[in-house]
Design a binder for this molecule. Sequence first.
Ligand code: 13P
Ligand code: SF4
Length: 351
Amino acid sequence: QDDDCEQRIIEAKAALGKRSVILAHHYQRADVYKHADLTGDSLKLSRLAAATEADYLVFCGVHFMAEVADILSKPEQIAILPDLAAGCSMADMASLSKVERAWRELAEVLEPDETITPVTYINSAADLKAFCGEHGGIVCTSSNAVKILQWSFSRREKVLFFPDQHLGRWSGHKMGIPLDEMLVWDFDEPMGGLTPEQIRKAKILLWKGHCSVHQMFQPQHILRFRNQYPDGKVISHPECSFEVCKNSDFVGSTEYIINTIRDAEKGTRWLVGTELNLVGRIAEEFKPEGKIVQFMAPTICMCSTMARIDPQHLAWTLENLVAGKVVNQIKVPVAEAVLAKLALERMLEAS
Ligand code: 13P
Ligand code: SF4
């Protein structure tokens, strides 16, 4: 069955030629990743999507990534997500209505449009990017979050950061902002569960969102590794908790993790705090150089929603394109796309 799918993908790709391009995020499962024309972290994939000339951008990632590809590509290009159920649970933790409510509540204490920059992690729906575009805000990714915060603070005194509290906290910390000036905005509570005094004092208000995959990594996993292998190195994604990031030797995006291990000396040992498909792939890739790459958690931490993009869905999508039929197109409404593009372009310029 799988061999069959593989052959179908190869044949459909060949039939489409330069009319289609397959983009895959680094967390994509191996049996899909190997068919990709372009791979990267979220920032790199955004740039690649904006630059490609293909008619069809087949995105093997999650929903928000295909939305970004649609927003940044030309109007006649078509972005496709092979399985529409491939979402990001973190992105789902911030909805436009909850962010708008937070903005209204903040207006009871200060003038948000003059004092607060809304910053959304790229792991968010297009309507939130549009909200940022409209309110002088910006998008960030895991590889440029510090730069984007610097951009934000050069304009307004505070930031509302959503949906990932961990990326916001780690990036603020890297900028030298004390932890007690970064407060969690609990969107289930009136006024985010904060007093007006706390809101006035805070530099960054951190949305109470997280990644269900990266929350599985714990400081004790690092401690155990360091006791066993005192010369080993630890590298983590900034979606991990503050304690995990603080105890790591390196913290950065998926592309950064891959490049750091690739550039390291032969024979080094690594503990990696990010998604399992990526870690498994680089463990194999760097084995011939004598590098030992270990996954951080004892349990399986996969981005199960991204894994919904399987060879079956990819084959089906491509074969439909060969037959002249577009399936699972991701199309952001024009008015929303214009504002979201503004926030994305501010990011691409600032990073
Ligand atoms: P990167 O931009 O580092 O690839 O991260 C995307 C993501 O969703 C990590 O969970
Ligand atoms: Fe979203 Fe987490 Fe999957 Fe990244 S790993 S796409 S943040 S659910």
